[in-house]
Design a binder for this molecule. Sequence first.
Ligand code: ATP
Length: 360
Amino acid sequence: MPAPQCSSCHATRAALRRPRSGQALCGPCFCTAFEAEVLHTVLAGRLLPPGAVVAVGASGGKDSTVLAHVLRELAPRLGVSLRLVAVDEGIGGYRDAALAAVRRQAARWDLPLTVVAYADLFGGWTMDAVARSTAGTGRSRACCTFCGVLRRRALEEGARLVGATHIVTGHNADDVAETVLMNFLRGDAGRLARGGGLGSRGEGGALPRCRPLQLASQKEVVLYAHFRRLDYFSEECVYAPEAFRGHARDLLKLLEAARPSAALDLVHSAERLALAPAARPPPPGACSRCGALASRALCQVCALLDGLQRGRPRLAIGKGRGGRDEEGPPGPPPPPPSDLRSGPGPAAGECGAACKERCE
Ligand SMILES: Nc1ncnc2c1ncn2[C@@H]1O[C@H](COP(=O)(O)OP(=O)(O)OP(=O)(O)O)[C@@H](O)[C@H]1O
């Protein structure tokens, strides 16, 4: 059976059916509709005011590639300027190739690019060193959680470096739905309550952050990249197979098979969740070491670096466990890596990151 006419321009055959609405569109009409929807998300949510200097978290992957491309198209109408900020986590055999994709994008789109590295920001620690340090312990599966905490801080530092007023990331509806599921499975009411909305307003001196693709499905992000012929890096991080997120992703796929709107429904559920006063997390204070926002004495970055230097990486994830090890009782502490400096961490007041928030 021949493909139906595009239901928008009626001039050509449709190339796809939109996964959620079933609307038949040709490639160009789909891309125009996709861009209009992102524009609506940004304007309706007042995410990026005119004059904003926007740091785009650029990983080289499909989501941030699509985000940077769409925002570049929309920048004149929004009245914002863009900077690409890429974080080099120090993941051998993965990040170098992804950074090469970001460099190609920056050159092709004529956007300024700044790269910040964990090794420079976090006293010599790279993600590979963190993984070595946790290998064989109960904490090795938490690599992605550790990395998310450090990346959030690194992105904040990079954004400040380029004079940004706002940070955007490429999280799409599926990413956010997975996070909602993970928080439910962890029983983490505090993060569920904070996870709603399209981003954070930048409390405590942190830069405002938002996710303009939060209402776009992963499938449509991929379709947009395909029809716009975007060049992106599509390999999975070497540490991803260990992550708990993979189970949430599998669960989401099962749910979507029965209910195609499951991801977006979860995103909207999180937006509407209202916590009983007793379940609300306490107002954050300042990290006693670096001055960043923290719901405990040390912010998550300082707690993590502290634990790494002592050979007992720990992270306060979940329902107020007071910063104890994330995954079960600690095993014997591994020796500290000999090739790493144990850095002092950022000076008081320099961080400004919202450490209390989930960092992926
Ligand atoms: N190394 C990095 N440098 C800068 N920003 C990053 C980096 N890694 C992730 N981000 C930001 O966080 C968002 C979510 O990252 P995540 O690791 O969940 O990957 P993803 O959902 O596959 O996104 P992408 O396809 O853009 O890599 C990205 O879209 C990007 O904006």
